[in-house]
Design a binder for this molecule. Structure first.
Ligand code: SAM
Length: 230
């Protein structure tokens, strides 16, 4: 087990998960350090592993880019409990993406879990129109770029991504996370990442811990940006 002085006592080795983070930690700097270290130990970008340490049963979360539904599925598994609490709001601008997501969820969720997901054919910049006012949102996830297996010309765009991030930062509860995977290898992708980065840089340090994870020996690798609200 590696040794980091700031949170050594809080960290524990878990054989099944290989590395885990204590859910009970509330100090934002310690929590953020744990998340960073978890990423560094992982060979790839693994936002879902980070979500597990933030999202709890019964939470409300948002998938801002449903795509083929893999992230939505993961979110339902995180929030669903026996009492039927928990909610996942998902959105995409493409019908085919919402259909793919529905098919995946129908196939892999039980009826009670499936009921927790609400899918919308809309731009993520309109997130506030679908998440009821006053809802405490624990996670907003963006997996930017184009639909895998779909039309590569239909990509997320800097302008609407920025608007969506502004909305997400308003609806996110304290202790929540905005997670963004930005792909820099397609046209417009680098500019979009820079827009995300500029937005993150401007968030007040008293309220947010903002980090990015990028490979420095693979220029076109996707960048993971994590915005943790204290
Ligand atoms: C990389 S895919 C998402 C992958 C998905 N999260 C998954 O687990 O399969 C990006 C998705 O963003 C969608 N998208 C593009 N612009 C959007 C927008 N303004 N609002 C919401 N979704 C958008 C695309 O249609 C595409 O399905």
């Amino acid at each position: 087990m590696p040794s980091f002085p700031c949170d050594e006592a809080l960290f524990y080795y878990n054989r099944k998960e290989s590395l885990s983070v204590s859910r009970s930690v509330t100090n934002p700097v310690v929590k953020s350090t744990q998340l960073v270290r978890n990423f560094m130990v992982s060979p790839q970008v693994r936002p879902k592993r980070m979500w597990r340490h933030i999202v709890q049963k019964g939470d409300t979360v948002v998938d801002a880019t449903c795509g083929n539904g893999h992230d939505t599925l993961e979110m339902v598994k995180l929030v669903a409990d026996e009492s039927g609490r928990g909610c996942v709001y998902g959105m995409d601008i493409q019908n085919i993406a919402l259909e793919n997501t529905s098919l995946l969820l129908d196939a892999l969720l039980n009826p009670n879990e499936r009921k927790l997901v609400k899918l919308f054919h809309t731009c993520h910049s309109r997130m506030e129109d679908i998440v009821p006012n006053g809802t405490s949102v624990r996670l907003v996830a963006f997996n930017l770029g184009y639909l895998p297996g779909g039309d590569k010309a239909l990509v997320t765009l800097s302008e609407t991504t920025l608007q969506a991030l502004e909305v997400a930062s308003r609806i996110l509860a304290p202790g929540g996370l905005i997670s963004i995977i930005a792909y820099v290898g397609h046209p417009g992708g680098r500019k979009e990442f820079e827009t995300v980065q500029a937005f993150a840089s401007g968030l007040p340090v008293d309220d947010w811990v903002c980090t990015k994870f990028e490979m420095i020996n693979r220029q076109m690798a996707p960048v993971l940006v994590i915005l943790f609200r204290k």
